[in-house]
Design a protein around this ligand. Structure first.
Ligand code: NAG
Ligand code: NAG
Ligand code: NAG
Ligand code: NAG
Ligand code: NAG
Ligand code: NAG
Ligand code: NAG
Ligand code: NAG
Ligand code: NAG
Ligand code: CU
Length: 571
């Protein structure tokens, strides 16, 4: 009797405590163009609140965010909260024409969502045309009050946001490519916290400096916000202890170099155990596609000891030490790094281990469209007079323009999408071999794949060598997934299922599909709504490397998509 009473009291206190400790944060985001000077040139860049990068959101797990976004720019915009699960709040996810119509110039929309069960580093970015080139910021989620980090508390924490900069309006860069059918112009620089760093013209004065001191442990929250480039990342003389990725903890391991695809985050600890001096923090491309142009430059910041004795006035500070970085096509380093990722839990949640109910196989890759008869030559400037395209299971994804997919689903609007996205490639072929030209041109369509609430889903994501093989950073909205295995060549269900890690597979929201290879992911479809899955290289999503899942409601309110907010934009 007494023990029931005590148990009840404990439960009540715990509930009260979580209610008290969970807070609501209100933010106001004004999307507007401001002059930003980089690389000797001033560009009117679209930013949030005039900041570049935009404001860092710092929250505790369990908090609710209410963010009023006002669009004072000349383009449509939406904001995506990358990696946030958005349980039942798909209306706040953000991809334009997927979960909402765009916020038009002069318009506004308030995103409301609660952060549940996720700790670590995520980020937010525009999800409309190429605006995310300059519209992005960090989203830091700390454990709720009273709950410690699962590692020694660092003395300092710094978000490190890797970006990609054009000396141009990025929307004009992609519009030009859409006109010509050729690949868009490559960027002019990479950036760390908005600054290109010492290796670029006119940039030395503004290089980002990250302070550290002797004896301290410093948590770097590294985010790859670059538009189109996977990046290697390293800090001279300061090896990393990796402790998390995509707001899921990892079994700690050490490494000198990280590789992050756009969309991915990695939390690492470094120790201030070096001679008090200056050390370069650097990022440069991992480029797996062959024969394509890319921005082959290196961005730097400086890790500077606070106890560094400054030289007298007029004498320059010592030149920082530069870290060794892999060559641009060093796939072996990428494989070695990704193979080290392990979940700290011995066994993942049971449902993902049970027999899968949806056994999906999706090819991902590029393609070339023949020049349509009514197009002129200068609209077909892709290889040999073609236009670039990309697809999943041979469907090149087309966004609707009169309704968002989620609105069309919720309100039963016909004719906006179909639910016949193929579960398997329509044609089987040697995906990573010498693919016949007859297979290079996909169909276009707005085709979704329907999932029953709660179904256990496995997807083999298979890269193709069409045009060129490439590592594609695939991102799934609304979910985290377990990564069971990866490999090169064609996935072979007879022998590759033996490689599945059912003990401690890492959990992420974005996974790099190895160049000319495959990866296997699993998740439970417990979040109703319409969820985009796409390559996070924006050049590829623009060409159609995307699809969407339609996850049906389950039973009862807690398994049902919430009602749309009253200020949800209409098209
Ligand atoms: C792309 O690059 C070409 C060649 O450098 C240049 O002429 C063109 O203006 C650029 N386009 C954009 C939109 O930046
Ligand atoms: C810096 O400017 C010089 C001269 O204008 C140019 O030749 C060089 O390519 C530029 N370097 C970079 C990294 O932009
Ligand atoms: C990239 O730049 C480095 C250093 O400037 C150079 O050694 C390398 O050959 C370049 N690689 C490519 C693929 O352009
Ligand atoms: C990387 O590219 C260089 C040419 O720049 C080539 O010689 C080398 O074989 C390539 N390495 C790999 C692993 O593809
Ligand atoms: C373009 O045509 C040339 C010559 O016929 C051929 O060697 C090359 O492979 C073609 N490139 C593509 C991407 O089709
Ligand atoms: C929406 O657009 C599609 C494609 O343009 C069209 O087929 C459909 O009829 C439109 N639906 C409505 C409700 O306007
Ligand atoms: C690829 O196949 C085509 C015929 O489909 C053939 O002409 C070509 O030589 C092959 N290329 C290679 C590298 O095997
Ligand atoms: C994709 O579909 C198009 C049009 O039906 C077809 O010509 C092509 O061969 C298909 N390719 C693949 C890889 O299935
Ligand atoms: C902006 O959004 C509206 C719908 O809300 C759409 O009709 C229009 O085409 C969009 N503009 C661009 C440039 O995408
Ligand atoms: Cu891609």
């Amino acid at each position: 009797m007494v023990s029931y009473y005590v148990q009840g009291l404990v439960l009540l206190l715990a509930t009260l405590f979580s209610l008290v400790s969970a807070k609501v944060q209100y933010h106001h985001f004004v999307v507007q163009a401001v002059p930003v000077k980089r690389l000797c040139k001033t560009v009117n860049a679209i930013t949030v609140n005039g900041q570049f990068p935009g404001p860092t959101l710092e929250v505790f797990e369990g908090d609710t965010l209410v963010i009023n976004v006002v669009n004072r720019a000349k383009y449509n915009v939406t904001i995506h909260w990358h990696g946030i699960r958005q349980m039942r709040t798909g209306w706040a996810d953000g991809p334009e024409f997927v979960t909402q119509c765009p916020i038009r110039p002069g318009g506004s929309y308030t995103y409301r969502f609660t952060i549940n069960g996720q700790e670590g580093t995520l980020w937010w970015h525009a999800h409309s045309s190429w605006l995310r080139a300059t519209v992005y910021g960090a989203l830091v989620i700390r454990p709720r009050e009273g709950i410690p980090y699962p590692f020694n508390k660092p003395s300092r924490e710094t978000p490190i946001i890797l970006g990609e900069w054009w000396n141009r309006d990025p929307v004009q860069v992609i519009r030009q490519a859409a006109r010509t059918g050729a690949a868009p112009n490559v960027s002019d620089a990479y950036t760390i916290n908005g600054q290109p760093g010492d290796l670029y013209n006119c940039s030395q004065q503004d290089t980002t400096v990250v302070p550290i001191d002797v004896g301290e442990t410093h948590l770097l929250r590294v985010i790859n916000a670059a538009l189109n480039q996977e990046l290697f990342f390293s800090v001279a003389n300061h090896p990393f202890t990796v402790i998390g990725a995509d707001a899921s903890y990892l079994k700690p391991f050490t490494t000198n170099v990280l590789m992050l695809g756009p969309g991915q985050t990695t939390d690492v600890l470094i120790s201030g155990n070096q001679a008090p001096g200056r050390y370069y923090i650097a990022a440069k491309p991992y480029q797996s596609a062959q024969g394509v142009a890319f921005d082959n430059t290196t961005t730097t910041a400086i890790l500077e000891y606070e106890s560094l004795v400054c030289p007298p006035r007029g004498v320059p500070k010592p030149t920082p030490i530069f870290p060794p970085l892999p060559v641009f096509n060093n796939t072996a380093t990428v494989t070695a790094f990704t193979n080290k990722l392990r979940s700290p839990r011995r066994v993942p949640e049971l449902p993902v281990l049970l027999e899968v109910e949806e056994n999906l196989f999706f090819t991902v890759g590029l393609g070339l469209n023949q020049c349509p008869p009514n197009f002129s030559q200068n609209q077909c400037q892709g290889p040999n007079g073609t236009r670039f395209t990309a697809s999943m299971n041979n469907v090149s994804f087309v966004l609707p323009s009169n309704w968002s997919l989620l609105q069309a689903h919720k309100f039963g609007i016909p004719g906006v999408f179909s639910v016949d996205f193929p579960a398997q490639p329509p044609v089987q072929f040697d995906y990573t071999g010498n693919v016949s030209r007859a297979l290079w041109q996909p169909q276009s369509g707005t085709r979704l794949y329907k999932l029953k609430y709660g179904s256990r889903v496995q997807i083999v994501i298979q890269g193709t060598s069409i045009v060129t093989g490439e590592n594609h950073p695939m991102h799934l909205h609304g979910y985290d997934f377990y990564i069971l295995a990866q490999g090169f060549g064609n996935f072979d269900s007879n022998k590759d299922t033996n490689k599945f890690n059912l003990v401690d597979p890492p959990m992420r929201n974005t996974v790099g599909v190895p160049v000319n290879g495959w990866v296997v992911i699993r998740f439970v479809a417990d979040n109703p709504g319409v969820w985009l899955m796409h390559c996070h290289l924006d050049v590829h999503i623009t060409w159609g490397l995307a699809m969407a899942f339609l996850v049906e409601d389950g039973v009862g309110e807690l398994e049902t998509l919430q009602a749309p907010p009253i200020d949800l934009p209409i098209c």
